[in-house]
Write a protein that binds this ligand. Structure first.
Ligand code: DOR
Ligand code: ZN
Length: 347
């Protein structure tokens, strides 16, 4: 008999873009109705570079929560690492109790990364402080060297940046965000226990053919870009392995439709409308529904040294149609799998 219902400890999203203002207001309820907590990315304009800015952003998020979700969703804030971040700022962040990670964007790697790090060597004092005080480094793992093929940027990042960092700072806690390759999955699997990774639903569901299926499809464009099928298979293996180093991070990244369907379209895929359901389908297809709870609800909390959630959610085997578009402040956005049918539904 096939399983018709699953109840899970409420999951957390360990990588989420909420944006700000009216855009945040539009997307926040989708995450808050399924996740208890989320690691909030700091790549706003201007970026969240100080504890003070993080505290103010946190307050705006909490204020934007609908009344019925006010006390059931906690934003876990992050700071945006720059060439000029100081050890003092790291200590302030740690003491605040509201900042859970420092995000490394190599300058120019992705959306709003202009203020990112131009050379990791500038950050060595900061990394040393983070290693000492136990503040995790969250990594967008792509090299920005224009001579490197876009599909090889993650692997090159491992060789040129991540390996040296782990050698210099063996105790530094690192989350290799949204991994997309077998190389990254292998690196994390073979690394020490202080190194973990998030995996998105879109990288588990699609390979790079999706971007070119019958024409150019901007709503499947994200960074790091989707990779070939052998890499997708390696990600599924990692996510469903039960290995506690791998956990859920949607990287749900909303953009107005007009900026995606554009001659220089933005990177980012919105998945918060059906995140846990999108993952559930993948786990079921891999015959690993029994591993969904550790991936979605335990491994990330354990890595971040947070208590596991005490609430639960229930998913039922119920077909439902995903919306074709979602209101996004004055625009609309096109969510992943828009208009398609999903097999699992959050009760
Ligand atoms: O696809 C992406 N979108 N990747 C990122 O790293 C950033 C994100 C965004 O903020 O839109
Ligand atoms: Zn992201």
């Amino acid at each position: 008999m096939t399983i018709q219902q699953i109840t899970l400890t409420q999951p957390d999203d360990f990588h989420l873009h909420l944006r700000d203002g009216e855009q945040m207001q539009a997307v926040l309820p989708y995450s808050a109705r399924q996740f208890a907590r989320a690691i909030i990315m700091p790549n706003l304009k201007p970026p969240i570079v100080s504890t003070e800015m993080a505290a103010a952003y946190r307050q705006r998020i909490v204020s934007a929560l609908p009344d019925d979700l006010k006390n059931s969703f906690e934003p876990l804030m992050t700071l945006y690492l720059t060439d000029n971040t100081t050890p003092g700022e790291i200590l302030r962040a740690k003491e605040s109790g509201i900042v859970y990670g420092i995000k490394l964007y190599p300058a120019g790697a992705t959306t709003n990364s202009d203020a990112g790090v131009t050379d990791i060597a500038y950050c060595y004092l900061v990394l040393e402080t983070m290693e000492k005080c136990g503040m995790p480094l969250l990594v967008h793992g792509e090299i920005t060297d224009p001579a490197v093929d876009v599909f090889d940027r993650e692997k090159m990042f491992i060789d040129r940046v991540l390996m040296p960092i782990t050698q210099h700072f063996p105790g530094l806690r690192i989350v290799f965000e949204h991994i997309t390759t077998q190389d990254a999955a292998d690196f994390v699997t073979n690394a020490t226990d202080n190194i973990a990774a998030t995996i998105t639903a879109h990288h588990l569901r699609y390979n790079r053919n999706a971007i070119f299926q019958g024409g150019i499809r901007p709503h499947y464009y994200c960074l790091p870009v989707l990779k070939r099928e052998s890499h997708r298979k390696a990600l599924i293996k990692a996510a469903t392995s039960g290995n506690k180093k791998f956990f859920l991070g949607t990287d749900s990244a909303p953009h107005p439709c007009t900026l995606k369907e554009n001659d220089c379209g933005c990177a980012g895929i919105f998945t918060a409308h059906a995140a846990i359901e999108l993952y559930a389908e993948v786990f079921e297809q891999a015959d690993a529904l029994d591993k969904l709870e550790s991936f979605a609800s335990f491994n990330g909390a354990d890595f971040y040294q947070l208590p596991r959630n005490s609430t639960t959610i229930t998913l039922s085997k119920t077909q439902w149609n995903l919306p074709k578009h979602i209101d996004f402040a004055k625009d609309i956005l096109i969510p992943l799998a828009a208009g398609e049918t999903l097999l699992w539904k959050l009760d």
